[in-house]
Design a binder for this molecule. Sequence first.
Ligand SMILES: *Cc1c(COP(=O)(O)O)cnc(C)c1O
Length: 364
Amino acid sequence: MIEYESLGLSNQAFMTDLEAAASRVIRSGWYVLGQEVSAFESEFAQYIGAKHCIGVANGLDALILSIEALDLPKNSDILVASNTYIATILAIVRAGHQPVLVEPELETFNMDPAQLAGAMTAKTRAICVTHLFGKSCRMDAIGAFAQAHGLKVVEDCAQSHGAKLAGQMTGTFGDAGCFSFYPTKNLGALGDAGAVVTNDDALADRLRHTRNYGSKQKYVNEYLGVNSRLDEMQAALLRVKLRHLDAMTAHKRSLAEIYFEHLPQGFTLPRRREDEYDVFHIFGIRHEKRDELRSWLLNKGIKTEIHYPIAPHRQKAMQGILSGEYPVADSLHASELSLPISVGHTSDDIARISEAAVQFDLAH
Ligand SMILES: *Cc1c(COP(=O)(O)O)cnc(C)c1O
């Protein structure tokens, strides 16, 4: 059986260093917001090439706190892709604003810059982009649009650690870059964790307060904060894995090359451009007979996933919040299939999957 992902296997490679880091934290006697968090924040900021990094409890909080910190008028319209993971949309709602859906490009799954103008309203104040599956959005076009209309930009980088456009890291294009270190992400903790990166001193200062009850100095509260602190254990484990992030990304990219070379005709592969450095959080293909293909692969002992089975505007929780028709999102949700591409997979695994795909193609 080829699993879609096996986290135990992925983390095994770093076992000695992870155990040493965990032991160091246990012995330190200090468990939340301490030296490990500060060290991880400066190492991650340096990795991304941002001035500040603020560790928080998870990716959703990174988004909510960043959007809140923009201080937009209550109930502003915020543009967001119609096929993003639900967290991006939830964050906009939780921060007190109205998500306005923008259709993605079929070929990349990412927000289509050409659709932005049509989605603008008098209340639009920001764009929340998601670099889905580890591919940067076209921040050249989106950034230019945001600038022309005076919009803030928040980047959901939960799937794009290390992804670049024209050599620039995702997370550094907008006002804030929001990361999740959920265990399955390209840089994954061994529990929940998240962070915001920014070059904006005031925004960073505000987030350092709001993640911790609105207080930077103990028992002095300047803002209405929340408890969204990063703990020392996750920060110490993330420091170990950050040192290997480029190697993990290189491995995933080499697995992707095998798919690009061997997957047959009926498989629509993600469009790639010269200036895009993809990190393949997910290897999402499109296929007309997606469900049949998925069962076929499972019969051959290959597990796959669907990202995502239900479009945001069709979720029960979003009734009364999202309205309208989103045919591109619908089409993506009906045809997407995620093939295994984790650090725990070998080139042989991917060759076997590609071979099964070729057999499916011949039989259908
Ligand atoms: C995982 C994810 C999030 C949320 O991160 P959590 O750490 O689970 O809160 C947000 N946006 C996207 C696109 C994600 O993939």
